[in-house]
Design a protein. Structure first.
Length: 472
């Protein structure tokens, strides 16, 4: 289960991570296999070299054994003092296969204890051939043993056995293994560094393409530019073609929406004018004008919503927040100059809205308009970047010091066309338009109690937010 989860997690990783992990696993496996093979080969070569040394001693003993002297008077001398040092690990022994311990001829290093044959010989051998393997000494020391049989015809068959300490083989192999792992470790580090450089160099065009797409998304560019390898160039061309096609569709949609707005508003204006010129009763004329105004508001609302739906999230479109807010504050400052409202604006530097400026002004303008209507004398506007689900979002907060709204009434004012106070000017569609536009831009809109005592409106929409200090 853990392996499956790890595999699925790796699939969701970036290409660079997948390449790095796969190269790391492959290189590690290759280096480990190579280390195992080289260590095995070195051990075999070390054993053969050690066996060659033991074989020289065994051949000397066999030569002494086949001398013309009587078996009891034959002398065995290897000229190596290690065979005279008790329990040195270097031993030799000559005797018949079924001889008793007292009938064996042994080195002084054995101190009277017979040398046992190898417990794990490497193979079977006939007379005159060599057998080698490992065994244990009387002090339980690991020995490398080599032996051969010598047939003396009438004197019988004798076994020549020579042993040396296997510590030399083990220590030599251990030193080789340690040096090999250090060497392969350094080699692995260089391979990893080389692999990372190759991955970085090979995937650089993808990083360049990602940067180009980010610039389009932020509105800093309208097409992917630059030279790309043959593998990626078709992708960049297709994306540019998709962007152009998308813009053409949006332009046609915008034209159709404008035509529809003109086609509907003109008859409504004619109806209102005709009612005013005709001798219609005052009540009927007032009713027609009222319903015509409602129809005009509804037409404007749905046309704006259709236009926003067509343009929301358009690639290559973005709006700077600070100048857009500054323009709105100047506009509403003039509209509500009689109330002498103090607008407190704080905007983080570099904030951008991913969308049309008209949509931004529609959303924020309705909120500032609503706050200005109900404010006693102060409206606070805050714009900052917030992290939401690892994606930068633009948070705009607008609050006033007016009477505010109870919790049960806040949702009601967001309903389409719902107005709680008919004495205030407007169609009652402002907050509904804000809610719809925020939803089109995959954002959030909520109403809260303001610190100033009135109503606080908060919208959070995807945006680009470079770090910066607040501007007042």
């Amino acid at each position: 289960m853990n392996g499956l989860i790890g595999a699925l997690s790796l699939r969701r990783r970036s290409i660079a991570v997948r390449l790095a992990v796969s190269a790391l696993l492959a290189s590690t496996a290759i280096l480990l296999i190579a280390a195992l093979v080289l260590t095995t080969l070195y051990r075999e070569n070390t054993e053969r070299a050690f066996d060659s040394r033991l074989l020289v001693f065994a051949n000397n003993l066999a030569t002494d054994l086949v001398s013309p002297n009587e078996p009891e008077s034959r002398t065995f001398s290897l000229g190596d003092p290690r065979f005279d040092l008790p329990l040195s690990g270097w031993y030799w022994q000559v005797g018949k296969q079924d001889a008793k311990p007292r009938d064996l001829r042994t080195s002084r290093s054995l101190v009277g204890v017979p040398l046992k044959p190898a417990t794990d010989p490497d193979g079977k051998a006939g007379v005159g051939q060599i057998r080698q393997g490992y065994g244990r000494a009387q002090d339980d020391r690991l020995l490398r043993i080599i032996e051969r049989d010598v047939d003396l015809a009438s004197d019988g068959r004798y076994t020549v056995r020579v042993a040396g300490p296997a510590d030399e083989i083990v220590n030599d192999v251990d030193r080789f293994r340690a040096a090999l792992f250090v060497t392969f470790g350094v080699l692995g580090v260089f391979l990893a560094a080389t692999t990372l450089l190759q991955i970085r160099f090979g995937l650089a065009p993808l990083s360049q393409l990602r940067t180009a797409l980010g610039a389009i998304r932020r509105g800093e560019a309208d097409h992917i530019t630059g030279d790309y390898p043959r593998d990626i160039a078709p992708l960049a061309g297709e994306v540019n073609l998709l962007i152009d096609t998308n813009r053409e569709i949006l332009e046609r949609a915008r034209t159709q929406v404008g035509n529809l707005a003109h086609a509907l508003k003109t008859p409504l204006s004619i109806i209102v004018n005709e009612v005013g010129a005709a001798d219609a009763p005052d009540e009927l004329a007032a009713k027609i004008r009222e319903q015509a105004a409602v129809m005009r508001d509804q037409v404007n609302y749905h046309l704006d919503r259709a236009r926003a739906a067509a343009l929301a999230g358009t690639l290559g479109t973005s709006t700077e927040v600070e100048p857009a807010l500054a323009g709105l504050v100047r506009t509403f400052g003039k509209i509500y100059r009689d109330k002498d409202i103090a607008y407190d604006v704080q905007v983080s530097a570099g904030l951008r809205f991913r969308g049309e400026r008209q949509d931004f002004e529609e959303m924020v303008g309705n909120l500032v308009d609503n706050a200005s209507k109900w404010a006693k004398g102060r409206v606070a506007i805050r714009a900052a970047a917030v992290a939401q689900d690892a994606d930068p979002h633009l948070q705009i907060t607008i609050e006033d010091d007016g009477p505010g709204l109870p919790p049960e009434a806040r949702e009601a004012v967001r309903a389409r066309g719902r107005r709680l106070d008919e004495t205030k000017p407007g169609s009652g569609l402002g907050l509904s338009i804000v809610a719809d536009l925020v939803a089109l831009y995959r954002g959030r809109f909520r109403l809260e109690e303001a610190d100033l005592g009135g109503l606080r409106a908060v919208i959070e929409i995807p945006g680009d937010a470079p770090s910066g200090t607040p501007h007042h």
